[in-house]
Design a protein around this ligand. Structure first.
Ligand SMILES: [Fe+2]
Ligand SMILES: [Fe+2]
Length: 275
């Protein structure tokens, strides 16, 4: 038996109203002129607004069953942050559509998929799905926050959006998880749901990336190689996700066993100066 890893304290969850604008001089290939990685981030952005509404509903369902005031407060912060993320990504998605990314079709498919999930899945499965996807967002956010050699490749306007989102995903990374624990969601439910979500997430993200590249006339082997080289080779943000992803499968896992609060502090300061 290994000793239980310490769990860092839940940081404050601040709901920040932002008003991002895109257009200026942001190119359609907004990550280092790399079509594949740009389409990959566009694919992620296309699922955020509807996906985050799904998370909010999944957590809200259990709100009345929580008798811990601090957790209630954290849930309020979580809902506020996710609602704002959806709004800002709507603005970004509208800009992506103007650049020829086929966003409308994708949004329609996401909506249909999530409507079906709401009808077919029990509230407990919906919450397990939420915590699995929140783990993905948290570990991807960590890659952006921890590696300037990754985030500095994003065009400044897009970088601001993704860094703000990464900070808030970190602040609330354990909220849905804590709700899940509070209502005894169970180990096997979270592990099996994660396996299923992993498959669906990568299938959906890669298919969407390919569709976006195709629509923009960029679906070429060279672009795939360069994109995969960036994501898995150098700087390799997806390769570096693997150990953090695997941590999920430990029975005693908790998101704040990985204490990365020091990384968000400079950004929190920047955001409070800007607000
Ligand atoms: Fe979010
Ligand atoms: Fe989130």
């Amino acid at each position: 038996m290994t000793a239980q890893q310490p769990i860092a304290e839940q940081p404050a969850i601040t709901v920040r109203r932002m008003d991002f604008r895109f257009g200026g001089d942001t190119p359609a290939q907004f990550v280092d002129g790399n079509p594949f990685v740009s389409a990959f981030l566009a694919a992620l952005s296309s699922v955020f607004p509807e996906g985050e509404r799904f998370f909010i509903d999944a957590v809200r369902h259990y709100r009345d069953q929580l008798d811990d005031d601090e957790l209630q407060e954290a849930v309020r912060g979580f809902i506020g942050q996710e609602a704002h993320h959806g709004r800002e990504h709507d603005t970004f998605n509208a800009w992506l559509a103007e650049q020829g990314y086929p966003i409308a079709d994708k949004l329609e498919r996401v909506r249909e998929g999530l409507d079906m999930a709401r009808r077919r899945m029990s509230p407990r499965r919906q919450l397990a799905t939420t915590i699995a996807l929140e783990h993905f967002t948290a570990i991807m956010a960590h890659q952006l926050l921890a590696h300037p050699e990754v985030n500095e490749r994003l065009h400044p306007e897009v970088r601001e959006l993704f860094m703000w989102h990464a900070v808030e995903e970190t602040e609330h990374k354990a909220v849905a998880f804590d709700v899940y624990q509070a209502v005894d969601g169970g180990y096997w439910n979270r592990v099996l749901t994660m396996l299923e979500i992993t498959l669906l997430f990568w299938l959906d993200t890669i298919t969407t990336t390919a569709n976006f590249l195709r629509a923009r006339g960029e679906n070429k082997p060279g672009n795939w190689l360069r994109g995969i080289g960036f994501l898995l080779g150098r700087p390799g943000p997806l390769r570096r996700l693997i150990p953090e992803y695997l941590a999920w499968f430990r029975p005693g896992f908790h998101p704040w066993q990985h204490d990365n609060q020091a990384l968000i502090r400079p950004w929190q300061q920047k955001l409070s100066d800007a607000n």
